[in-house]
Design a protein around this ligand. Structure first.
Ligand SMILES: [Zn+2]
Length: 380
């Protein structure tokens, strides 16, 4: 005898804070776990058919951490103390999955604890790997950085439902409330710093089901051929979908998938530069100097490729900005002569704005000063 529960779309299975006297196995439909404490109601996880939810609280004998809402009409199997032995003896394979999920949740809870107590921002024993596939670079995410999501992000976010163009499943993404966004400062390298939120954490949408990822403004722009290929190649997750980020490692994961997808389908040096510029900034945020420098060289390569080989149209202002970006990257790397050469290329671009030309000249003057100082000290 199984203890079956049938509910309609929108109905609540349990509420946050209630005693956890049971857990559930999803026979049909799917469930959202929602955190109702925040200013906005965030979907934390989406539970798919043939998986469990509520088990961690049940076994830990703690109250519900989330509210469970039916996303569609669902059929659940309810398991509690009175029928758990029966459930386990009936479903040995399912019990194995249950154990796996429980140990996973324990690991996550543990990581969160370490995150709170440690002062070091990352462990050196694991690599942030950058590898080369054909002509392009992709990132791996072995290194665990201890940077939890800043609490104030929540104020600037809302849940938005999107349909994945590859697997056609619907899932929720955290989207920035752009109307609330306030620019604090624009740094010299072009990075925009906003009050209370970091755009880099949310500019990529990543389907948690099939792992398709793209910049949000390009998310739907894929053709049928690419779609078919991605359907075959991308690894699939099926049990539960994590819908919110808990640390910067989740952000790196998005970039990890995006770097692979761009590697497979894009020839645009500008797109690759945008990807690597974001990676450079994120690595700066976790103070991983060694990898910042590696990533900066890769970024420089894509910018140079864009400058010399790209057939995409760029307007004169962007052309000047490009020479400034490449020049600055060479400058930071200690190669002042090449930095100067790129800035000089910028001065030859016709039709750029006066302000930009002025900025370019100022940089050129300061670089020339450093260059001649170096020469003098060398001659003396
Ligand atoms: Zn998908």
């Amino acid at each position: 005898m199984i203890n079956k529960v049938v509910l309609n779309s929108g109905e609540i299975v349990y509420k946050k804070g209630e005693m956890a006297l049971s857990f559930y196995f999803v026979l049909k439909g799917s469930i959202n776990l929602i955190d109702e404490n925040n200013e906005s109601n965030f979907a934390y996880k989406q539970i798919m058919p043939n998986s469990f939810f509520g088990a961690y609280e049940f076994f830990s004998e703690i109250s519900r951490s989330y509210t469970a809402v039916c996303l569609e009409d669902v059929e659940l199997e309810l398991v509690d103390k009175s029928n758990i032995e029966n459930f386990v003896s009936r479903n040995s394979i399912m019990s194995f999955d249950l154990l796996k999920q429980l140990s996973n949740e324990l690991k996550l809870a543990n990581e969160e604890l370490i995150n709170k107590s440690s002062t070091k921002i990352f462990n050196n024993d694991k690599e942030f790997m950058i590898s080369k596939i054909e002509d392009d670079f992709v990132v791996e995410t072995d290194r665990v950085y201890r940077k939890a999501i800043p609490k104030e992000h929540v104020i600037y976010l809302f849940d938005k439902e999107v349909e994945c163009p590859v697997c056609r499943e619907k899932f929720k993404v955290n989207q920035i409330k752009y109307s609330k966004l306030k620019l604090k400062v624009k740094l010299e390298d072009g990075r925009k710093i906003y009050d209370g939120i970091d755009e880099l954490w949310y500019q990529i949408w990543h389907c948690p089901l099939c792992n398709y990822a793209n910049f949000q403004n390009s998310f739907y722009k894929i053709n049928n051929k690419v779609r078919e290929e991605l359907r075959e190649k991308l690894p699939r997750n099926v049990s539960e979908l994590r819908l919110v980020k808990t640390s910067i490692n989740d952000v790196f994961k998005d970039y990890f998938y995006l770097s692979r997808i761009i590697n497979m389908f894009s020839n645009s040096s500008f797109l690759k530069a945008r990807l690597w510029q974001s990676i450079v900034w994120l690595l700066e945020d976790v103070e991983d100097e060694e990898n910042v420098n590696k990533a900066k060289r890769i970024l420089r390569g894509y910018y140079e490729d864009a400058w010399f080989n790209s057939t995409e149209y760029i307007n004169p202002n962007d052309e000047v900005k490009l020479t400034m970006k490449i020049g600055t990257l060479y400058f930071e790397d200690g190669d002042i002569r090449t930095a100067r050469d790129y800035l000089l290329k910028g001065t030859q671009v016709k039709g750029a704005s006066k302000i930009l030309k002025q900025e370019l000249n100022n940089r050129l003057i300061s670089i020339k000063k450093i260059y001649s100082n170096k020469k003098e000290s060398y001659n003396n």
